[in-house]
Design a protein around this ligand. Structure first.
Ligand SMILES: [Zn+2]
Ligand SMILES: [Zn+2]
Length: 93
């Protein structure tokens, strides 16, 4: 039984997400996305996939990165994070 960090609902099927040693409780993935997923630097939609990271900004897709004047975008796949050790994009917002 936990209370959702985003909407305040108390729900018997709540779950926890740990991000950088901080534990958040949610009643739905939608609420978790609202609270924790980065927002696209161009269209502001929530980035719930790998997204694209460039110049310290996360974009939902290469189109949005291009629309913000960034042409040399790079995928932020799990492989890239493991290779570079960079998971900072998770805390962009
Ligand atoms: Zn909620
Ligand atoms: Zn976008």
């Amino acid at each position: 039984m936990g209370q959702c960090h985003t909407c305040g609902n108390i729900y018997d099927k709540s779950f926890e997400v740990i991000l950088k040693d901080v534990t958040f409780t949610f009643d739905s993935f939608e609420c978790a996305i609202q609270a924790l997923a980065p927002a696209c630097g161009h269209c502001q939609c929530r980035v719930i996939g790998h997204g694209v990271e460039a110049r310290e900004t996360v974009f939902c897709c290469a189109h949005c990165a291009h629309a913000s004047g960034i042409s040399d975008v790079q995928d932020r796949s799990q492989h890239d994070m493991e290779r570079t050790g960079n998971t900072e994009y998770l805390l962009a917002k």
